[in-house]
Design a binder for this molecule. Structure first.
Ligand code: FAD
Length: 408
């Protein structure tokens, strides 16, 4: 079988960042990335495409362009893991062995678990910013509703946690409402937020600003209401609530799929009970196999599943992988940092930044951005600064942006 010293599976945000961070530290290291997709997506930009702020091409690059110099690209899909024999199995029957493995496969969007949703998407007002190809349709529908006379109804759904970017379902709604408000049509559009959970956001400090936003737009909040079925042609959505099922008609539906562990991990010895790659939440090292690490949306750590988290995890993994190659214990620590820029309108963001346990962890001084209040500076951070930080900082292993914390 093919052998590489370090094999990274998944060339998404986390996998590329980890590879870049490793090669920055050890430029001659033999690193291979297993990734089947020709395209690499900047998913945090999808929200901005759905809000008419970014264009779709702003959120994609060719995988070969984002691969760090010196990394080998194995263009294949992983089909299984055999960690006892240091082997990754590839679709088609090939295999690759490693000294150290880094698992960065992301999570799975379970579109198929909502009856009728997949068939409905992209027509009849049914959309989702969680798909690259559909984010522009969100913006089209926002404009269409603004032009349509008479009363209209727009529904936004949020599945049970954990999902990647927990704020994204709301962001889609607030940016839509912001546009309708600006056009003077918000009063004609009945907006409902059907949230499977019972709170607007998991960290209480951010809730007041979000509640004010909900009130400003006159949004009908439905907690404990889970989208279970969609009938596109009839324009009807069915929700499961504590008191039974309810069906609502709509002119626009922004749906967010339930999310789960990547099945390749879930069906392997690396998985925890929920199907995520089980690692220590501080060192990101596998509990069962010391030469295996994991990061990003597909790992078991209880942080907010965000690219911001992967940005902080990547150097921690890089330092600990190099230690493992030297036969040493992990030396770097991840504090659980994650970030969610909640676009409350076109021009303002509530910038949630926190570590494990919901402890606030602002990156910038409070006089510049108070994360718990809508901020114009935070908007410019998201709209202007974060995309170049992603492409040229995080994916290139430029570490001054993300110094790894020492292990205490
Ligand atoms: P991904 O980037 O999804 O990459 C997983 C990779 O694994 C993919 O390239 C995939 O092709 C590959 N893969 C899958 N299966 C296999 C296989 N069998 N074999 C080999 N490779 C495989 N984060 C923020 O920080 N801020 C935000 O504002 C934000 N907003 C978001 C808005 C939306 C609408 C969405 C969808 C996400 C948002 N995120 C945000 C979350 C962020 O995009 C993810 O947390 C981040 O991409 C996680 O990186 P990852 O590498 O773990 O997963």
């Amino acid at each position: 079988a093919l052998h590489h010293k370090v094999v990274i599976v998944g060339g998404g945000s986390a996998g590329i960042a980890a590879a870049a961070s490793l090669l920055k530290r050890s430029p001659a290291l033999d690193v291979a990335i297993v990734e089947p997709s020709e395209d690499h997506f900047y998913q945090p930009g999808f929200t901005m495409v759905g809000g008419g702020v970014f264009q779709q091409p702003d959120t994609v690059r060719k995988t070969r362009e984002v691969l760090p110099k010196g990394a080998s690209w194995i263009r294949a899909a992983v089909s299984g893991f055999a960690p006892d024999s240091n082997t990754v199995e590839l679709e088609g029957g090939a295999a690759v062995t490693y000294d150290v493995l880094v698992v960065a496969l992301g999570n799975r969007l379970a579109w198929d678990s909502i009856e009728g949703l997949e068939a409905a998407l992209g027509q009849n007002g049914v959309t989702s910013n969680y798909r690259y190809d559909l984010a522009p349709y969100t913006w089209q529908m926002v404009q269409k509703l603004a032009r349509t006379p008479g009363p209209r109804r727009a529904l936004f759904s949020q599945p049970p946690m954990p999902i990647k970017c927990a704020g994204a379902p709301q962001k889609a709604m607030y940016l839509s409402c912001s546009e309708w408000e600006e056009r003077g049509v918000l009063g004609d559009i009945e907006v409902e937020f059907h949230n499977a959970g019972g709170v607007l956001f998991g960290v209480p400090d951010y809730v007041p600003a979000l509640m004010e936003t909900v009130e400003r737009y006159g949004i009908g909040l439905k907690f404990g209401s889970t989208l279970v079925a969609v009938d596109g042609p009839a324009r009807e959505a069915t929700f499961r609530t504590e008191t039974g099922e309810i069906t609502r008609s709509f002119d626009m539906l922004h749906a967010v799929p339930p999310q789960e562990g990547n099945p390749i991990i879930a069906n392997s010895p690396l998985a925890d009970a929920a199907g995520y790659a089980e690692v220590d939440q501080v060192t990101l090292q596998s509990l069962g196999w010391p030469n295996v690490f994991a990061l990003g949306d597909g790992c078991s750590t209880p942080n907010a599943k965000t690219a911001a988290a992967a940005r902080k995890q990547a150097p921690v993994v890089a330092v600990n992988v190099l230690a493992a190659l030297d036969g040493k214990d992990p030396v770097a620590a991840y504090d659980g940092y994650g970030s969610c820029p909640l676009t409350v309108d076109r021009g303002h963001i509530v910038l949630a930044e926190f570590t494990y346990g919901g402890k606030l962890a602002p990156s910038l001084p409070r006089w510049l951005i108070d994360g718990t209040r809508p901020s114009r500076v935070a908007w410019h951070l998201k709209a202007d600064a974060l995309p170049p930080i992603y492409w040229h900082g995080m994916l290139k292993g430029r570490e001054w942006l993300v110094p790894p914390a020492p292990l205490l």
